[in-house]
Design a protein around this ligand. Structure first.
Ligand SMILES: NC(=O)c1ccc[n+]([C@@H]2O[C@H](COP(=O)([O-])OP(=O)(O)OC[C@H]3O[C@@H](n4cnc5c(N)ncnc54)[C@H](OP(=O)(O)O)[C@@H]3O)[C@@H](O)[C@H]2O)c1
Length: 343
């Protein structure tokens, strides 16, 4: 029996997060004691998730569950969760920064039609037809999408760095869509003016990673892996699709896979391959954290594998340093505000 492993999965209640939990249970030997800490926004979802995972791993002993209620759009919620984890645990082995999303408003159907006709594979890999709200601001007066997808992860990881140091792994979740991200704009770090803040926020996550991964590995012995799940069917965009368009989308996903896209993994369980591999099986000497995105991919027959991709450029590193400098200031300001609110 090994020492207990502790895994924290943000947004474990659905989609990719739930599949990460399942794959983790299938990957870590049952002889290793394991605690999975589920984070969800609401108590009901956290309890339901734990019940489902208990049923999934019903024949496994040495397994325990815990939960914390985390809302990434509230810095005080993240701070509170960090304190709860610091008081309950002495070490975290795996932190999956999975929760996130976008503020989508619908689909530009004429554009979608033209994109699908002119190149179906590209249309469902690098879509330009998903409409996003521009300029949404969070209760913390930050760009909302920037906050939940980028800054919240940075703030959270910093707040619990003592739990991660000495061998912990952080798994960030990016997206293949960063290939169509806008150029980083130092004047709009919070993506308030961006017309595709979701895509651009995922690119910022990559820039952040390029700026901190090597330093955190050297100084704290924390390996921060950047991964993406390929393209899988979850609820991230579901409210804009009915059964007919969902069916059409799935058909296009299978066609894209068949004509050579490695990214249409389709099921979230296959999408969870790279994040779980990075946490459990990657060997830092052979699979360096710095500058690389480890992605979930499949062959034509749907057999999944991990595909290393995208090397951070010199410009990415320079922009990452600018981003991290801005976020360090935001961390300071946020902590100051929380202190004042607590008085
Ligand atoms: N699906 C894909 O093809 C794909 C591709 C690339 C990257 N990703 C990334 O994979 C991750 C998981 O997405 P998904 O596809 O599984 O989508 P999903 O089914 O919508 O799940 C998103 C998860 O994040 C949680 N979440 C959203 N906003 C949050 C907030 N403000 N505070 C705390 N939790 C929040 C959701 O909680 P609720 O249930 O309460 O909303 C849910 O648990 C995201 O980072 C996404 O960007 C997905």
């Amino acid at each position: 029996m090994g020492t207990r492993k502790v895994a924290v999965i943000t947004g474990a209640n659905g989609g990719l997060g739930y599949s990460i939990a399942c794959r983790l249970l299938d990957t870590i030997s049952p002889s290793v004691p394991l605690t999975i800490v589920v984070t969800a926004r609401y108590l009901r979802k956290a309890v339901e998730t734990i019940n489902r995972l208990r049923a999934y791993a019903s024949n496994r002993d040495l397994l325990s569950f815990d939960y914390v209620l985390l809302d990434l759009s509230s810095i005080s919620s993240i701070d509170e969760v960090a304190h709860q984890l610091l008081s309950r645990y002495t070490h975290i082995d795996y932190l999956f920064c999975n929760a996130g999303g976008g503020d989508f408003t619908g689909i530009d159907w004429p554009a979608a039609f033209i994109e699908v006709i002119s190149g179906p594979k590209n249309a469902v890999t690098h879509p330009h037809f998903k409409r996003e709200r521009i300029g949404r601001i969070s209760r913390d007066s930050l760009g909302w999408v920037f906050q939940i997808n980028v800054f919240a992860n940075y703030f959270f990881v910093k707040q619990i760095s003592t739990l991660l140091s000495g061998g912990g792994r952080v798994i960030l979740i990016s997206s293949i869509e960063t290939e169509i991200a806008h150029k980083f704009d130092p004047e709009d770090v919070q993506l308030i003016n961006s017309d595709q803040p979701y895509v651009d926020s995922k690119k910022e996550l990559e820039l952040m990673h390029a700026a901190i991964a090597e330093r955190w590995a050297e100084e704290l012995d924390v390996q921060i892996y950047l991964t993406h799940p390929g393209i899988c069917q979850t609820s991230i965009f579901a409210e804009y699709l009915n059964w007919f368009t969902t069916f059409g989308m799935l058909c296009l996903f299978y066609i894209a896979r068949w004509i050579g896209s490695p990214w249409h993994v389709i099921t979230p369980y296959k999408g969870a391959l790279a994040p779980v591999w990075a946490a459990v099986d990657a060997v830092p000497e052979a699979d360096p954290v710095d500058g690389i995105v480890y992605a979930s991919a499949t062959d034509r027959w749907g057999r999944p594998y991990v595909k290393p991709t995208h090397n951070a450029s010199t410009e990415d590193r320079k922009n990452g340093a600018i981003l991290v400098e801005v976020m360090d200031k935001l961390v300071e300001d946020s902590l100051e505000r929380i202190k004042v609110e607590d008085k």
